[in-house]
Ligand binder design. Structure first.
Ligand code: HEM
Length: 400
């Protein structure tokens, strides 16, 4: 049997089906760091990410001085210092705190944003998604002593100061934060008041924890920007992308609305598999490293894990890797988001938060009377974060 015949025999859809929206742009724009060896197989990618001896190599990791591990964002740490920091942070990401405290923030914020939307009859989808993502991450971090609408604008402007350069994004950002007008505004209006309030009265949040750990105000500002880039921006793009898929397919939208929580999460994760926000993860291999899925990796290699390729590697996905199939993960017995949240030691601690808030928000949005996507998003590319950006989508509904 030919490969195509075999595929169409086992593929539940038309074997040529491709539901991805961001693939063409990503194919043009994804660019690994110079000299990096690109990894496209799911098995090799996962093995590398899970190997504790292999080090973080992305976003300018080689430029960050980790000499004082207590003052460096978790993203840049490796080994024991990373393990310690992740275990300190774990209490801010437990299933219990997500299902209780953060869930209440998600629901209340979504209700408030959608009430405003219904009163006006239309809204820019990326702005309401960003407002939600900011509110949830701000609760986790402890940025709650300033106006959330103003803070979202200040964070957006600070990240825009990054410009379009593609390398060393966070490293440059940190270097420049104090020279950035918006970075200073964010510091003085949002971060400093939060620190002052928590110095007097600790809360259960990351800023209170950092104060206890003796972080300087500048180090706390850097942590806050890490969460802004890692948690707020990523979730905004995910919410808009997932909404775009649901608006575009009535059968999928009906299935989403009829489904229980697990079914809804399966749909969202399958969308994220096809449309990962982070396209590449870089890793540095300090010593020659044997791997089961290929030849040993020479010492000093820089590896670029191609998440889009790994997530559509037929060996892991089964047939029709580009088709949106919410049953795929259960059938293939793999984690439903594949590598979209990374894997191994650095796997995203906010994954369950991002999925929960996206689910809570879209479940409400899709039930708004008269809801429709009046304008599809324009897709751009953020070279600095190696990620697609969805802007200017407009949703409309019956006015209250
Ligand atoms: C859809 C939304 C999100 C996506 C796609 C995403 C994706 C990722 C990925 C791929 C990594 C691994 C980076 C690497 O291995 O080099 C990561 C790490 C991280 N994420 Fe997320 N993330 C999302 C939401 C969030 C949220 C909501 C938070 C927190 C509020 C968060 C906080 C972090 C942090 C702190 C790290 C660094 C972890 C470490 O290095 O140990 N993320 N994220």
């Amino acid at each position: 049997m030919s490969a195509t015949a075999h595929q169409s025999a086992t593929c539940p859809f038309d074997a040529s089906r491709d539901d991805r929206k961001s693939a063409r742009l990503a194919a043009e724009r994804v660019a690994p760091e110079p000299g990096a060896k690109v990894v496209t197989s799911f098995a090799a990618a996962r093995e590398i990410l899970r190997n504790a001896a292999i080090k973080q190599g992305g976003a300018g990791a080689d430029l960050i001085d980790t000499g004082d591990p207590e003052r460096v964002p978790v993203f840049y740490l490796d080994g024991e210092a990373h393990k310690r920091k992740r275990s300190e942070l774990a209490r801010f990401f437990t299933p219990k705190i997500i299902a209780t405290r953060y869930r209440a923030v998600m629901e209340n914020t979504a209700d408030a944003l959608l009430a405003e939307f219904r009163a006006k009859g239309q809204a820019p989808l990326d702005e309401i998604s960003f407002a939600l993502a900011v509110a949830v991450a701000a609760d986790i971090v402890g940025l709650k002593n300033s106006n959330p609408v103003g803070m979202a604008a200040r964070i957006k402007a600070t990240l825009a100061d990054l410009g379009g350069h593609r390398r060393n994004v966070l490293a440059r950002l940190f270097g420049r934060l104090r020279q950035s007008y918006h970075g200073l505004e964010f510091y003085f209006r949002d971060v400093r008041p939060a620190i002052t309030a928590r110095r007097k009265n600790r809360q259960v949040d990351i800023i209170s924890h950092l104060i206890d750990e003796g972080y300087s105000d500048k180090a706390i500002l850097i942590e806050c920007m890490t969460y802004a880039a890692a948690g707020m921006v990523t979730t905004r793009e995910f919410i808009v992308m997932a909404a775009w898929h649901l608006f575009g397919r009535q059968d999928l939208r009906e299935r989403f609305l009829a489904g229980d929580e697990d079914e809804q999460l399966a749909i969202l994760q399958e969308i994220l598999r096809l449309e990962p926000i982070a396209a590449l993860l870089h890793r540095r291999v300090p010593e020659i490293t044997p791997i089961a899925s290929g030849a040993p990796i020479p010492a000093g290699s820089l590896m670029a894990i191609d998440i889009r390729a790994a997530n559509t590697d037929e060996a892991a996905t089964g047939p029709c890797p580009y088709a949106l199939d919410p049953e795929r993960a259960a059938r293939m017995k793999v984690n439903a988001s594949f590598l979209s949240f990374g894997d191994g030691n650095h796997r995203c601690p906010g994954a369950q938060v991002a999925l929960a808030e996206t689910r809570v928000f879209l479940d409400r949005l899709m039930r708004v009377p008269g809801i429709r996507l009046a304008r599809e998003p324009t897709m751009g590319w953020c070279a600095a974060l190696m990620s697609y950006e969805l802007r200017d989508a407009i949703v409309v509904c019956d006015r209250l």
